[in-house]
Design a protein around this ligand. Structure first.
Ligand code: ZN
Ligand code: ZN
Length: 425
């Protein structure tokens, strides 16, 4: 049997060691270490991410526990050369190869985070069968980001062995899920001198063997945490003295769905969680609702968001409560540039890709790579969001998800061809 490629080896290792948003200490430090060993210039910590610009980072004790695991020995150990700068959840890495030759600066985004999902233990689930199922219960690479990092590391190896023109940067981005990482890397200036930005995602509706050179339908998306404050009281002896935060939150859960449709636009409102109260005979003084809005236009998403806020505040007032509404994630829309997607499509055809889709419709998904795309475009650069097809063992974000490893090698081929073509002009 032939040796496994770097992309497959890395992705299996990362799959077994998943780290959720802003806790990617092992993943990020090991990627930084590998590219540093290849001679790439590495920026991490506050040189790669603005700590204050992170929306919804985990609590300090969660961050510290994940850091401690990566700082220890054994299979969870990170690369100690880079861990220190990442402490506290500064898990972004910007790795650059400057060939010294004239050419453009091309950047590839590789997102690094896993999801808070417990992976399937079914014997037929491929990672279980092949022995690389998640070893951290409650965390799983269920979106393919393990494959993104694996492909990026193999790409770096190939570009080091045979350098292209110009400069190449790989953006190892934390916390894509929830739309939190890219927007915090942008203010650190990491794409300010990038001419061409590529973001690539595995799967997302395309079968193995297909490539989409651009995608349409990346929605704007804002996630909120609404915390209701009431007043506790004995539920039977003094209910009139209480103000139920839980009733306010329950009413708000229904009320946010009164946001109207906007003709000509796709919009969504969803409540994903409601937590409140402690026992049956105390009026709950605190409740929390997690919700999100999406729209195919940033301004429409903002308008849906303001309707949702009004509904939350109205429900709070009805029950004599107050509510704090805090954005914990935000993704904007972006549109790619034909000059880049045409170059990617050409690279795909030259590389013998079976099915090359000029532009795929993503439906109603979101990806915060749009923050990088917009920043690059704002200073005259160009960008595309491409999809590398993969048959999936189960849908994205579910316990049975897995990518088709057979697409990783051809995926690196495609990225390598595209990078060589795009740096050269
Ligand atoms: Zn995802
Ligand atoms: Zn994803």
């Amino acid at each position: 049997m032939a040796a496994m490629s770097t992309a497959v080896t890395w992705r299996r290792d990362l799959h077994a060691h998943p780290e959720v948003g802003f806790t990617e200490f092992r993943t990020a430090s090991r990627a930084a270490g590998r590219l540093a060993d290849l001679g790439w210039d590495i920026r991490t910590g506050t040189d790669a991410i603005d700590p204050a610009a992170r929306l919804g980072p985990p609590d300090d004790d969660v961050l510290e526990a994940a850091f401690t695991a990566a700082a220890g020995d054994g299979s969870w150990a990170g690369d100690e050369r880079f861990l220190g700068a990442m402490r506290g959840g500064l898990t972004a890495v910007v790795a650059t190869l400057d060939t010294g030759r004239p050419g453009r600066h091309v950047a590839l985004r590789a997102d690094t985070d896993a999801l808070p999902i417990t992976e399937s233990a079914e014997p037929g689930h491929p990672p279980t069968a092949a022995g690389f199922r998640s070893t951290r219960e409650g965390a799983m690479h269920a979106c393919g980001h393990d494959g993104h990092v694996g492909m990026a590391v193999e790409l770096a190896e190939r570009l080091t062995a045979a350098p292209p023109d110009g400069r190449v940067t790989i953006l190892f981005q934390p916390a894509e899920e929830g739309g939190r990482g890219a927007a915090a890397m942008v203010p650190a200036g990491v794409v300010d001198d990038v001419d061409v930005l590529l973001a690539a995602h595995l799967g997302i509706g395309l079968h193995s063997g297909a490539v989409a050179a651009a995608v349409d339908g990346l929605l704007a998306n804002t996630k909120y945490r609404a915390t209701f404050h009431g007043r506790a009281a004995h539920a039977a002896m003094a209910p009139h003295e209480g103000r139920s935060a839980l009733l306010a939150a329950a009413a708000a859960t229904l009320a946010v769905h009164t946001a109207p449709p906007f003709p000509g636009h796709e919009t969504r409102v969803a409540v994903g969680a409601l937590h409140g109260g402690t026992v049956s005979n105390i009026v709950p003084d605190r409740a929390t609702v997690l919700l999100e809005t999406r729209a195919d236009d940033g301004a429409v998403n903002d308008e849906v968001g303001s309707r949702v806020r009004a509904a939350l505040e109205g429900a709070a007032a009805t029950y004599g409560c107050t509510v704090d509404v805090e954005p914990i994630g935000s993704v904007t829309t972006a549109t790619g540039d034909p000059s880049v997607s045409e170059a990617v499509a050409r690279a795909a055809r030259e590389g013998g890709v079976d099915v090359v889709v000029p532009t795929a419709d993503l439906g109603v998904a979101s990806d915060d790579a749009t923050a990088f795309m917009r920043r690059v475009q704002s200073h005259g650069g160009v960008a595309t969001y491409l999809a590398i097809g993969s048959d999936l063992a189960g849908p994205h974000h579910t316990p049975g998800f897995d990518v088709d490893e057979a697409v990783l090698g051809p995926g690196v081929d495609l990225l390598e061809r595209a990078v060589r073509a795009l740096t050269a002009r």
